[in-house]
Each structure stands twice: as structure tokens, then as C-alpha cells.
Ligand binder design. Sequence first.
Ligand code: TYD
Length: 131
Amino acid sequence: MFHLINLNSHSDTSGRLIVLEEPNSLPFLVRRNYFISNTNTIEPRGFHAHKSQKQIIIALNGSVDITLDDGKNKETIVLNDPTKAIYIEGIVWREMKNFNNCILSVLCDSLYCEDDYIRDYNEFIKITNKK
Ligand code: TYD
């Protein structure tokens, strides 16, 4: 399952401040935060699902097209506004492409664990079709 969360922002002439706080706009306590930067427009990333990890993805700068697929429905979201966060939980395949000057922040509820990854699309389809 995935959906967009609108983040509170406070703007004035000196700039914009955007807030995430648990539990209001952050559905879990964060144990890890990583950033994806120095991206280029022609190389896509992602191509995996997580078995149990929950994530929030925010484009801090620029834009990226994120395709999310839960095995039944597939949707592409243009993420180009730091006040919009994508919340992903459950087994969702993600592909990120068309990076344009983008810095992505990914907030996670758990530590990095390769065993939590599904990197093979056929395996992903088998697992989601069993549910
Ligand atoms: P990867 O998951 O393949 O990136 P993407 O989702 O953008 O396709 O991760 C790239 C590399 O970084 C891979 O060698 C694993 C490593 N990595 C960590 O060591 N810790 C982390 O928290 C993450 C997310 C990745």
C-alpha cells in the first residue's frame, strides 16, 4: 500500500520550513535515513520491493518519477514538491526514473538488511499473487 502524505510547511520571506513528526505526519519511528543524490536523468534506480520495511520518500529538491506496483495496481507519481511524502508499506515494487536535479530522502523504520529486499520481479509477482 502507498499514499501521499501532505507535510506542514511554514514559509516566509526567509524561506520554507517543512515538518515531519510522529505520529501526525510520520506513521512510524525512524531508525534510518538515507539520501540519494548525484543522480542523472538516464539511469533509473530501485527495481526492488521490501518484505516488511516501511518507508517515507521525499524529493528534497528537483523531481523524479516513481512507479509503485503492489502486484495488482501500478501507479507513477511525479515527486517534485518537498511538502509531499510518499508512504510505502507492505510489498511494493518501486522504480525511480527521470531524475531531474533530484535529492531524495528516504526515512525507514528499520536498519539496512539485504534479506528484506526482493530484487527479482518474478519472485515479487509470485509473492504478491499468493496474498
Ligand atoms: P540499492 O538499494 O541498490 O539502491 P536503490 O534503491 O537506489 O536502487 O543500494 C545501493 C547500495 O547501497 C547497495 O550496495 C546497498 C547499499 N546500501 C547500504 O549499505 N545501506 C543502506 O541503508 C542502503 C539503502 C543501501
